[in-house]
Design a protein around this ligand. Sequence first.
Ligand SMILES: C[S@@+](CC[C@H](N)C(=O)[O-])C[C@H]1O[C@@H](n2cnc3c(N)ncnc32)[C@H](O)[C@@H]1O
Length: 292
Amino acid sequence: MKFDSHYAKLWERASERIDDLGIYRWIVNIAGIGPKDSVWDRGCGPGRGLLRVCEVSNPNNSLILGTDQNEFLLKSAKDRMEKNGYAVNYQYKPMVSIPSVIEDKFTSEKMEYEYKVFDNSSTELEEGKVNLIGNNYLTSRYEFVKGHEFDKVMFVFIGGYRLQSDFDLVKEILLHSYSYLKDNGIFLYVNREWVTPKTELDEFPQKILKVVKGYELIDYGFEESIENYAAALFPLQNVSDFSQHFRSREVANKYVKYLNSTSFENFVDFLTEVSWNNDLSMGLCFYKFRKV
Ligand SMILES: C[S@@+](CC[C@H](N)C(=O)[O-])C[C@H]1O[C@@H](n2cnc3c(N)ncnc32)[C@H](O)[C@@H]1O
């Protein structure tokens, strides 16, 4: 998904709600983050999850890194950390040859070149600070982290598409994380879901582990809750992108009307009111992999 600036602003709002619901504390708990753990939050967004990580594993004791491709959100994470008294190493270095930005000037050679510049520039991680680093392309390519290993790597997508359509992205990030995890290190993936728990939820890790070697699945689960789901869905206003989540165009249009005119609480009521397919559940799912 292209995380554009409009969506980023909406996400800033949604993640506040997600934090209010206690979901980031839940995630930190599931990841099993302890006081001395080094943690990399891949796609940290506005940093509300990373802030909860820091409450448990203080950057004074351990290496903390948040990466994201969206400058608005990474900057918001920086402000949030500083407001909470943490020193921050912030570096956002946009790459100019992104296809969507300058279509005609893009070549893969130029892209490779820029990656090297990004990775070899002064992108040093600093102990004792919250490191917030990014550029506007896929964080699954970042190599500047070389030489560091983490106890926990998290990919808290939450606002992503459905499980199956995120398959390639999760695969890529899981593969890339391998060299940056300590032995027995944990990779945690969390997403908002609307699933048939007995099929989609169970099949996903098996499919992933067929193509990504070196991990075992140690836990996974599903927190069924309309509030959880609504918090993650709340910012999605573009019906043409997201109508796939609804049974019909009619329901999708109703959804947009609610989004534009009502509060979060009304939105939850709306979700409760519209009749969903009986065999689908809404909530958040998590998958916990261990490097073996
Ligand atoms: C829905 S937000 C969740 C952010 C954060 N984890 C949170 O809970 O607030 C998804 C984040 O993933 C990032 N993202 C989107 N596509 C990505 C990709 N291909 N690789 C890495 N990060 C990506 C976005 O910039 C965005 O901040």
